[in-house]
Design a protein around this ligand. Structure first.
Ligand code: NDP
Length: 338
């Protein structure tokens, strides 16, 4: 028999046990070409699953009511209709919250479990580990001596972020829930400091732990943690936006909905690229700009609109008009001879 946890109803706020339903059915009898039948041995439970329980538009489809909950698994092949996998192979699959699953060969990866414990393929060598690596190394880009801050620091993503940050020569600061986890962050994962986000003076403690500010904030949390981080960000800080777990259970109800929370969620789900800049940051491409654009202005391919005000005495009046949108095009004062 195949035991299956299905989504029973959509939670409002924190999920409860009755949002899930345990259903027992038959093990799939027939395996189509290119598919394998697997017995799930390990199931990964991840924060994103809370998101999938809502039917709000997101980066991935919601789990339907009465459908099996999604999830990554380490599974054993029981039947195979493809030469790439044979009976007994241990594979990574998206087997879901159930005993057995039929999965397409393209969504299955054979694992070497002689050298590496199968559990590792759901953590450090699985999606969380890769998430940490990609976000930190390709977006955060930490440099020696910089300060990297990450929340959920003892979890699979955060703990990997901390260890990788240290390996690049950066100083890693953990945010975690409670004294025990803070201890784990420093003793097990080598964070230089760990701050409890539940402490009443969390923001002050974080500021003290980051005397040189924050250069990389690896965002896992959102909400109040983010608000404490923002004032500490250094010039040119980078923020890989990986998750906003403090918001997941409030999404459907709109609880804690602020413009900042909404914005962070959009940055994550829509993969927005947000980067502040001041024009002087790009002095090295000024010449390229002149060479590219000047001929286009001369030929009229790039059009100009100018609003010329006559006389220096008009400057304050014209300037106030600009702030109210009175100008039509580039506002210029022609200074007369007098
Ligand atoms: P964890 O195993 O670390 O579990 C989540 C942790 O988040 C909890 O243990 C808790 O740790 C912390 N947390 C929960 N609620 C709150 C809250 N209200 N305020 C502060 N902290 C809270 O999770 P993962 O390592 O698997 O994931 C970490 C983050 O990475 C999540 O946001 C997840 O959604 C995201 N993620 C994103 C991916 C992507 O592709 N963008 C892929 C994988 C994960 P504590 O008690 O220490 O606070």
């Amino acid at each position: 028999m195949n035991r299956q946890w299905q989504l029973n109803r959509r939670p409002v706020g924190e999920p409860t046990i009755s949002d899930f339903k345990l259903v027992t059915g038959n093990v799939p009898a027939r395996v189509a070409e290119n598919d394998v039948l697997v017995r799930n041995r390990l199931l990964s439970l991840d924060p994103y699953m809370r998101w999938r329980m809502d039917d709000a538009k997101s980066y991935a489809p919601a789990v339907g009511l009465g459908e099996v909950m999604v999830g990554a698994t380490i599974s054993e092949v029981l039947q195979s209709q493809t030469p790439e996998f044979k009976v007994g192979d241990i594979v990574a699959a998206q087997g879901g919250w159930q005993d057995y699953a039929v999965v397409n060969r393209k969504a299955v990866r054979k694992l070497d479990v002689d050298q590496i414990a199968p559990e590792a393929y759901l953590g450090v060598l699985g999606s969380p580990g890769f998430t940490a690596y990609a976000g930190l190394m390709k977006i955060g880009n930490p440099r020696p001596g910089e300060t990297v801050v990450v929340g959920a620091a003892t979890g699979p993503v955060g703990s990997m972020v901390g260890q990788l940050a240290r390996r690049t020569g950066a100083r890693a600061v953990a945010i975690a829930g409670g004294a025990e986890k803070c201890g784990i962050a420093t003793s097990e994962f080598g964070f230089s400091a760990a701050i409890d986000h539940r402490a009443p003076d969390f923001a002050a403690q974080l500021a003290k732990a980051c005397p040189d500010g924050i250069d990389v904030y690896f965002e896992n949390i959102g909400g109040e943690v983010l608000e404490a981080v923002i004032p500490l960000l250094n010039d040119f800080a980078r923020i890989p936006v990986c998750g906003v777990i403090s918001q997941y259970s409030g999404l459907a109800s709109g609880e804690n909905e602020t413009s900042l929370n909404r914005f962070m969620r959009d940055i994550l789900v829509k993969r927005l690229l947000v980067r502040g800049f001041i024009v002087t940051d790009f002095a090295d491409i000024r010449e390229e700009f002149d060479q590219t654009i000047a001929p286009l202005v001369a030929s009229g391919e790039i059009r100009r609109l100018e609003d010329v005000v006559e006389g220096l005495e008009q400057a304050p009046h014209a300037f106030l008009g600009l702030l109210r949108g009175k100008n039509r095009g580039k506002l210029i004062v022609r200074i007369d001879d007098d």
